[in-house]
Design a protein around this ligand. Structure first.
Ligand code: SF4
Length: 283
């Protein structure tokens, strides 16, 4: 509770699908989704309706995730209607909501196209936190925004999390953003979690070759040129999810791969302090 778990990995590795499965927008083909002790894996849309306020989503694109034909007031009222909040309470709640995300009260009568990208994402955040969810899946919430606006949105998310004690699953390919916001980080490759651990531990000593390659590919101005030469760069393309390699799914790109890696799928094993890694050779 109150934690931010970041999911990182290259495009197409399944981060967004995982996020959609968590909030019931995609039915998982295996595994289970348990929110606050309740197994919601087999829940239909109708089953989700009364508990929709448990888990919400902030989408990547603030331009397409808001209905252009509805005013901000109508957009933000929808969750209140679904949860049958009494009408007299709604206007007070909407005013508080707008203030909490830094928007002026007159935003209620305006349409999404009248706002900048950053302001639209604030509306998306207001819609997500409207019913005080336990969990929010933030799916690349700042990647469509100007760099100058990104930090404002990240700071807003941090502030709201502290105030409302929400948990975040923060999906991102931007490691600098993840480094700023995450408590724990899970690294995903071809639909599998290959390493998980606290942000500090993972950044200080990544164990999985893919995690190391991913981190090494990110620009780090603090490294001097001699350190930079020692970096491991990821080569090759991520294989198709329809033709996942046998054994370890990373073996076709792994500089450490050996015969065993083609035969045995490495299990995600704990390495202490809540960390885990899926590699035959990682210590
Ligand atoms: Fe590389 Fe083998 Fe570890 Fe997979 S199991 S990451 S192929 S060393």
């Amino acid at each position: 509770k109150g934690e931010t778990l970041a999911i990182v990995g290259e495009s197409g590795c399944g981060k967004s699908t995982l996020g959609r499965a968590i909030v019931g927008l995609t039915r998982p083909t295996a595994g289970s989704v348990v929110i606050d002790g309740v197994d919601v894996t087999a829940y239909s849309r109708r089953d989700w309706r009364p508990i929709r306020n448990w888990a919400q989503t902030i989408f990547q694109d603030p331009y397409s995730s808001l209905n252009p034909r509805k005013t901000v007031g109508q957009i933000l009222s929808a969750p209140l209607e679904v949860q049958a909040v009494p009408v007299p309470q709604r206007s007070e709640m909407l005013a508080e909501l707008l203030a909490s995300v830094g928007l002026h009260p007159d935003a209620l009568t305006r349409y999404p196209h009248e706002f900048s990208g950053g302001q639209r994402q604030r509306i998306g955040i207001a819609r997500a936190v409207c019913m005080s969810p336990k969990l929010i899946v933030c799916d690349e919430p700042v990647s469509a925004l100007d760099v100058s606006v990104q930090s404002q949105i990240i700071n807003l998310l941090v502030e709201l999390q502290e105030r409302l004690s929400m948990s975040y699953v923060f999906i991102s390919h931007d490691l600098s953003v993840v480094q700023h916001i995450a408590d724990r980080v899970a690294v995903m490759y071809l639909g599998r979690i290959v390493e998980v651990g606290s942000r500090k531990t993972l950044w200080a000593a990544p164990r999985h070759p893919y995690t190391r390659g991913l981190f090494d590919a990110a620009p780090d101005p603090e490294l001097d040129s001699s350190s930079r030469r020692q970096r491991v760069l990821l080569e090759g393309e991520i294989p198709s999810p329809f033709a996942v390699p046998s054994g370890c799914c990373f073996r076709t790109r792994c500089p450490m791969a050996e015969a065993r890696c083609a035969q045995e799928v490495p299990v995600l094993r704990e390495t202490g302090s809540g960390a885990a890694v899926a590699c035959h050779l990682a210590s």
